[in-house]
Each structure stands twice: as C-alpha cells, then as structure tokens.
Design a protein around this ligand. Structure first.
Ligand code: SAH
Ligand code: MG
Length: 218
C-alpha cells in the first residue's frame, strides 16, 4: 500500500521540527509523532486536518509542522481541562498545569506558548471546547482526523461519531492508545478502532506502536 511505502522513508526527526520536541510535555512516542507528520503531509492534498486532544501541543507540533509545509490548516480541539487521568490525585496529574485561580486543570497556557515557540500560529487554529461542542455545527470536510482525547468509552465514541463522518474519501483517521490486550491499557480507543473497521467505511493502513491508522474508503 502507498502509505506503507511512505512510512518506510526516513522519519521526520525531532531536529527537523521547529522546537525541541522533548521540551513539550505530552504523551506521544517520537515514532508515532513522525508518522503523524507524514500522514498530515499527505492529507494536505485532501483537506484541513483536525486533532482531538492537544494537551500541551506535542502531537500538534508534528501535525501542525506538516500542515505548515503544505500551507494547510490544523484545527486543534481540546477543552484543556485534562482527561480523567490528569486530574489532581490521578496517575498523570501534572501540578504545573493546575490553575490555582480557577482550581482547574488548564493546559492552554502551555499549549499556546508552545505554538508560538514552534512558529505555528498561522497554521494551527486552537478550538478550546469539548469535542462534542466543537463538532456541533461542523461541516468542513477533513483530510485527516487524529483522535487522542478522553479515554472513557463515552468520550471516545463521541469523538468517533462526531469527527469520522467529516473525513473525505482517501483521508486518514488516526487513533492513539490502541491496546488490543486489556492488560496493556484502556479499551475505549481500541473499541472505536474496531468500530471504524467494522463500518466498512475505513481500511487499515498501518499500526505504529499504539497509533492505528485507517483510511476512508467511501
Ligand atoms: N495529543 C496529546 C495528548 C492528549 S492527552 C500529546 O501529543 O501529548 C488528552 C487530552 O484530551 C487532554 O488535554 C484533555 O484535556 C483532552 N480531552 C479529554 N476529553 C476531551 C473532550 N471531551 N473534549 C475535548 N478535549 C478533551
Ligand atoms: Mg494518547
């Protein structure tokens, strides 16, 4: 398949990125990031890209840099209040991201300064809202959707239902945190991945670590 060929090409290394990617807090393997970069570069021919779940902007830098290269746009959807696992007392809580004034998580400040540092403000449109709210009046066809938001089944299903229908034929649906073995992690992303394949609207392109890549057929 075309994309397998593309994935074999030398990967975009962090040195190629406009910022020190390790300085950005986040949850993305460099190989997954490099894959997102290549997919977004390809999707540049098809339509704008959209991610759900930006956090501090690590995935956004990979996707956004490819959009910049293609003179395309990345919509970056996140309410910036953190997922369940980011809340105080939970496993992935980061005190630097807790806003004392509001007594809430707030990753938007980090996100925004990272977009500026990466010189991506002309190519990334932050949408600070819950995924379902951002999707409510959405009608723009998309070349790529990357789902990396909440990991409850409800959140993942909402993301899948809200955004996958806007992907153009030939466009990509990338889903993060796919763990076929429940012992390795939560099952919600895997459930929507299976749903997408079962719908016969998507075909599997590749799996890179926990990143599942599908392509819209019809
Ligand atoms: N892609 C990021 C990691 C995302 S972590 C990286 O590369 O590091 C998951 C993010 O999803 C969190 O920032 C959280 O605020 C966001 N999120 C969770 N549920 C959401 C929802 N329903 N709508 C919008 N954003 C959501
Ligand atoms: Mg993730």
């Amino acid at each position: 398949m075309e994309i397998s060929h593309t994935l074999e090409q030398p990967l975009a290394l962090p040195e190629d990125l406009p910022v020190d990617i390790d300085s950005i807090k986040g949850f993305l393997d460099p190989q997954e990031g490099a894959t997102l970069y290549r997919l977004a570069a390809e999707a540049g021919e098809l339509g704008p890209c959209l991610e759900v779940g930006s956090y501090c902007g690590k995935s956004t830098v990979y996707l956004g840099s490819a959009c910049k290269l293609m003179r395309n746009t990345l919509f970056a959807v996140d309410h910036h209040r953190g997922s369940e696992e980011h809340q105080p007392g939970e496993e992935y809580h980061d005190r630097d991201l807790f806003d004392e004034r509001s007594q809430l998580m707030d990753s938007f400040h980090h996100f925004r300064s990272n977009m500026r540092a990466a010189d991506l403000e002309e190519f990334v449109v932050p949408i600070v809202a819950p995924s379902a709210v951002a999707a409510r009046h959405w009608s723009t066809p998309l070349g790529l959707v990357f789902i990396d938001g909440g990991h409850s089944l409800d959140a993942a299903m909402t993301d899948y239902r809200s955004w996958s229908r806007h992907i153009v034929p030939g466009g990509y649906l990338a889903i993060h945190d796919i763990f076929p073995d429940p012992a390795d992690g939560g099952q919600a992303p895997y459930e929507i991945y299976k749903l997408a394949l079962a719908s016969a609207q998507f075909e599997l392109v590749a799996m890179v670590k926990t990143l599942g890549i599908l392509r819209r057929i019809q």
